[in-house]
Ligand binder design. Structure first.
Ligand code: CMP
Length: 138
């Protein structure tokens, strides 16, 4: 069990002005921010970040969407971070997301689902290292 996870606020949510509301939900749930940046991924960078999904039918759509506008990337800290954060964001498909979750409130569809959260401690480290140098976190 690790105390850190990685998140992105996705282009649908930044475009709709949901960044502040989403960050507030994260902070209110007890997560603290250890690193953060506002940036825009190229198609190559989005493809590399989601390379694990390369064989999936939605890969191309996912890469196009994730490089379509700005995102917020962050490292978050809390006890049991990976599991607790996935509970906070809710199901990948917002139609199945529980009341009180970020995706229930802010996500539009399975593709445009407002936020990303790491699915394991191992991926949290890989994804954090994709975006942040040691200098950019504390
Ligand atoms: P995320 O948690 O960022 O990790 C992989 C992403 O793939 C997922 O959120 C969804 O946004 C996306 N995804 C999963 N299933 C589908 C699908 N059927 N169609 C489009 N995108 C999908």
């Amino acid at each position: 069990m690790s105390n850190r996870t990685f998140t992105m606020i996705k282009p649908d949510a930044t475009a709709k002005g949901f960044t502040g509301g989403i960050l507030e939900m994260m902070l209110k749930a007890g997560f603290s921010i250890k690193a953060m940046k506002w940036t825009k991924l190229s198609t190559e960078q989005a493809g590399a970040f989601y390379a694990i999904h390369k064989e999936r039918p939605f890969y191309r759509e996912l890469v196009e969407f994730m490089s379509s506008g700005p995102i917020v990337a962050a490292i978050l800290e809390k006890e049991n971070a990976v599991a607790d954060f996935r509970t906070l964001i809710g199901a990948t498909n917002p139609a199945n997301a529980e009341e009180g979750t970020i995706r229930k409130k802010y996500a539009a569809s399975v593709g445009e689902n407002a936020v990303h959260g790491s699915d394991s401690d191992e991926n949290a480290i890989i994804e954090s290292n994709f975006f942040f140098s040691e200098l950019e976190r504390y």
